[in-house]
Design a protein around this ligand. Structure first.
Ligand code: AMP
Length: 287
């Protein structure tokens, strides 16, 4: 496994890949868990060359303190990636990625860049969009892998790739969950034992929404109400938002139909958890 820090070395390496075969790329912020590793394994399986990046993106945090508090364990991450058989790990320097004179931000617009996660943190979408465009330019992947867990990021990436004519396929893998349904996330580690016990209620609320749809209730307001009622049983959970929207555009929907995302963001103690399920256009559920 080759570890690359410098941007010019990454560019040079990616240039050499063009003749070798397809390149699969998994961008991450590190502190890897099985959810991240499922993306890495897909890249390994489906591509001749696999690359992962570890970069805690300073642009997407509201404050320097939040950026500093993000968990890091590069030694362990590199062990995991090495055992998974990744070809290249890109670990760029913050100063080289975003020098003091950096100014060419990518500023997306529309519901996907303005609602829900974006409304909670205005810098977030611009930060994600900018860093991903830079990483794509440096690594030049044929396929980029993302987790459905971050549904709004998935919609944003698809939008960027389409709007900027990037020659990249986006592969999205289902959310990996604990046995009790809680989505794997770096935020779970700050949950107290009691909070950890309560946390699966978020996924159960999403499933309560699905149950209602399965019974034929298509009115979004009713479905949202059912999900909210479910979470009301857990007083430790403070809901940021519950939303029913289109998974690609993030436009709110009045009625559910194939092509509907149910999404919840909630705070439990000091953790902020986000989860979703999707009723796909081809009438399947991604749970
Ligand atoms: P992050 O390091 O949090 O930016 O995540 C890197 C990638 O891993 C993103 O595409 C996430 O959507 C994905 N990811 C995070 N958690 C999970 C999970 N529980 N299951 C599947 N993918 C995940």
């Amino acid at each position: 496994m080759r570890i690359i820090h410098r941007l010019d070395e990454m560019t040079e390496t990616a240039r050499g890949w063009a003749a070798v075969g397809t390149v699969g790329f998994v961008p991450t912020m590190g502190f890897l868990h099985e959810g991240h590793m499922s993306l890495v394994e897909a890249a390994r399986r489906e591509c001749e060359i696999s690359a992962a990046s570890i970069f805690v993106n300073p642009l997407q945090f509201a404050t320097g303190a939040e950026f500093a508090a993000y968990p890091r364990d590069t030694v362990r991450d590199l062990q995991l990636l090495d055992s998974a058989g990744v070809d290249v790990v890109f670990l760029p320097d913050k100063e080289e990625m975003f020098p003091a004179n950096f100014s060419a931000y990518v500023i997306p617009s529309g519901p996907v860049a303005e609602r829900l996660e974006a409304a909670a943190a205005p810098q977030y979408m611009r930060g994600v969009a900018t860093v991903l465009v830079k990483l794509f330019q440096l690594v030049r992947p044929d396929i980029a892998y993302f987790g459905q867990k971050d549904a709004q990021q998935v919609a944003l990436v698809r939008q960027i790739v389409r709007d900027l004519n990037m020659d990249i396929r986006v592969h999205v893998l289902p959310t990996l969950r604990e046995r009790d349904g809680l989505a794997l996330s770096n935020h779970n580690r700050v949950l107290s034992p009691v909070e950890r016990q309560t946390a699966p209620a978020i996924y159960q609320a999403l499933l309560a929404g699905k149950t209602l749809i399965d019974k034929g209730e298509m009115r979004a307001a009713r479905i949202e109400q059912a999900m909210r009622r479910h979470l009301a049983h857990a007083p430790e959970i403070n809901v940021d938002y519950i939303d029913i929207c289109h998974p690609a555009t993030f436009r709110p929907l009045k009625r559910a139909a194939p092509g509907t995302l149910l999404v919840i963001a909630a705070r439990i103690g000091s953790a902020r958890l986000v989860d979703n399920i999707v009723w796909t256009e081809d009438d399947n559920w991604v749970l």
